[in-house]
Write a protein that binds this ligand. Structure first.
Ligand code: F6P
Length: 316
């Protein structure tokens, strides 16, 4: 078989390890593997290269994506997608593995409807893809956030401040919940776990009266203006407060051992599904096992609320 692989959407640590696994296992099974540059853009512009064992050497440990990535809203247009399909067919490529998040999967499903053999591999720090317990990059991003919380706690405690830390996640609170629990946050605010501002400020006042020296608030992006919240806490609670938006630093860095293993398993599993003539599906990990589900069962579906959410109230 000739198999192509691309990474698309927000980059995530471990994407390179995933591509490496596709190439190495693909070659082992006798397939040729092509890497498409810059996500769906490279597919439309016919920008792809043959990848060999050697071309992915050293990629296991590297952050980002050496293939490049992009967000391509034009891919929603049929004419653009037709061009992409033609480019693959002209090269005799039989199947395409797409590594990315929600937008990547939507593009993949449309290509599957046009007759291509597509496999989706979940690669996003947000952990917001249904059908899998974890996405590639999430574990590394949690480590990055926990490291930041630990550092912010030092300075918060020295200055007797409330530190607000805004993390990524789009509409998923998993990054905030995992990192907030690991970082001992007093408050974890997510789209799934909203919090009444006044109640929170009352609790912070109580902490002040109890003689506590700091408090940590971890909050998912796009819920509210964290700098305004810091001002309000400063005005009303007796603590001074500062907000830190962690931003894109959460997407960078070498993948953690867990992400290297997850990406290696998922990339290999994607190739093995194609060996078995299974396609139009997305790879996942469930209870430590590799699984796959059709695109239609993933896209637009809600992820079940993570059971760690119930832990938040008990340990914070
Ligand atoms: O990769 C997902 C994500 O990190 C979201 O958490 C965030 O909202 C978004 O990407 C930002 O992406 P962009 O690179 O398009 O600004």
């Amino acid at each position: 078989m000739k198999i192509a692989v691309l990474t698309s959407g927000g980059d995530a640590p471990g994407m390179n390890a995933g591509v490496r696994a596709v190439v190495r296992s693909g070659n082992l099974y006798g397939h040729e593997v092509y890497g498409i540059k810059d996500g769906y853009m490279g597919l439309v512009e016919d920008n792809m290269i043959l990848l060999t064992h050697q071309s992915v050497s050293g990629m296991l440990t590297k952050g980002g994506t050496f293939l490049g990535t992009s967000r391509l809203p034009e891919f929603k247009e049929l004419s653009v997608r037709k061009n992409a399909v033609k480019n693959l067919k002209d090269r005799g490529i039989d199947a395409l593995i797409v590594i990315g998040g929600d937008g990547t999967y939507r593009g993949g499903m449309e290509l599957a409807k046009m007759g291509l053999k597509i496999i989706g591999v979940p690669g996003t720090i947000d952990n917001d893809i249904p059908g899998t317990d974890f996405t590639i990059g999430f574990n590394t991003a949690v480590e990055t956030i926990v490291d930041a919380i630990d550092k912010l706690r030092d300075t918060s405690s020295s200055h007797q401040r409330v530190s607000i830390i805004e993390v990524m996640g789009r509409s998923s609170g998993d990054l905030a919940v995992y990192a907030g629990i690991c970082g001992g946050a007093e408050f974890i605010i997510t789209p799934e776990n909203p919090m009444n501002k006044e109640d929170m400020i009352d609790k912070i006042k109580k902490y002040k009266n109890e003689g506590r020296r700091h408090a940590i608030v971890v909050i998912t992006e796009k819920i509210l203006d964290v700098h305004q919240l810091a001002e309000e806490i400063t005005e009303k609670s007796g603590f001074s407060s500062r907000a830190t938006v962690l931003g894109y630093i959460q997407r960078g860095g070498a993948p953690s051992p867990d992400d290297r293993i997850l990406a290696s398993r998922m990339g290999t599993y994607a190739v093995e599904l194609l060996n078995d003539d299974i396609y139009g599906v997305c790879v996942g990990i469930r209870d430590s096992r590799m699984v796959h589900l059709p695109f239609a069962n993933i896209i637009g579906q809600k992820r079940p609320k993570n059971e760690l959410y119930s832990l938040v109230k008990k340990v914070s």
